[in-house]
Structures are given as C-alpha cells and as structure tokens.
Ligand binder design. Sequence first.
Ligand SMILES: [Zn+2]
Ligand SMILES: [Zn+2]
Length: 67
Amino acid sequence: MSDRELYCDSCEGVVPFEAPPCADGHGVDCPELVCTGCGAAVLIATFTFRAPRLASRRRVTPHRRAA
Ligand SMILES: [Zn+2]
Ligand SMILES: [Zn+2]
C-alpha cells in the first residue's frame, strides 16, 4: 500500500494517488500512480524516491566513537 498526495490536473487540486495493479512487471518499483478522484494515471520519476534515501544515508555516517 503506497498512497501519495499529488496535484491532479483533472481534479484541479491535490488528491490521494494510489499505485494500480502493475501490468508491466515493475512490482513494488512501479512508477505509475492512479488518481483516486478521477482515475487518471500518472508516471512519477524514480529519482523522487532515491533523494530521501541518499539524504538519510549521509546522516547515518558516524563521527563519534564511544570510549
Ligand atoms: Zn508498472
Ligand atoms: Zn484526478
């Protein structure tokens, strides 16, 4: 289950989008989302998912040592 709120041109507002059953074999990495308001499908760029992962990785880098 992956619900996201995105702007929909058809609904003219921010509405929840949900991942539809993928017919292309993308699995959990499927970049397709469907508007729950009007049913319009949109493709989202994969780099929007990678950005937060890179940011959190850098924070994890430990600089302190326990004595
Ligand atoms: Zn797909
Ligand atoms: Zn819509």
